[in-house]
Design a protein. Sequence first.
Length: 305
Amino acid sequence: MAQPQVPVPEHKLLESPNSRTIEIFDWSITASTNPISNAFECDSLQATLGFPLPEMTFGNNFLTLEHKSPSWKYSFTTEGALKAVKNGELGPGDGGVKVGTDPSSAFMMPQTVPTKPYDWTYTTTYPGGLEPSDSEKAPGEGESVEFKWVAADPEDPSQAIPMAELTRPDPILFYAEIPLFEDELHDNGSSALLVRIRVMPGCFFILARFTLRVDNVLFRQFDTRIYHSFSSSPPLIIRETSGWEAPYDRVKRLLPMRDDLTPLTDPSFIAKALTEMPPRLSQGEGGKTGWRALGTRREITELAS
């Protein structure tokens, strides 16, 4: 039996050459997609971060959610994502991949790589961030006093992302893909962060996915999922973050055709391979790097006045 679709609510779409906005209920959601940052923009951002930027840095791209009443603003930005990359010597829990002159490394990095220590894989566990709204400045680093993330109740289904609803064939009122950065890791793999958003008549859903492939070493993925039902009262935001990791050869064994390595460059194939492995492998043992982000965490915040 077909599931009933939610009636399409009143909404407004606004477009400019590099951004699109949907206004729906008390929400204004803007996705901005621009060309790769120019040399001046890259120099400025690199000076702020203190380490070399990814080859393709989309410094002017962002996704912003604004709720009007109560006032709440949340964004995904390139600068925010790269600020979450470890700058300095990697320690326990950082999930460092052995490279350089270490004889136990899986491969040797080119001599041209800068010697200043930082996480050259650009691994980031950035889940987006709260910002001061236009009408209210929050203290600290943009974290609002009123709206804090708290652990979700695992026994309460209203505090979980309803995957059945997200697979329902409701019309998509707004969709965007926002790349934040990508790097080929000196031809030894790939590192990328892509944010996607869907707005349906009854909800919106965001998936921010970091995907890492280090050839002959490991695969790593970090997902941030954010869900909101427009009918929740008070407005409830659910945020789920998950980290997976596996040795390169373990994923390679899952190839449909042994001699065709093309799927290993496809984030969708990598995601399917990692998420369908037993959790004790992909979220427990991982790639034996000790990465602290392995596992799944679910949080909520209520936008109560």
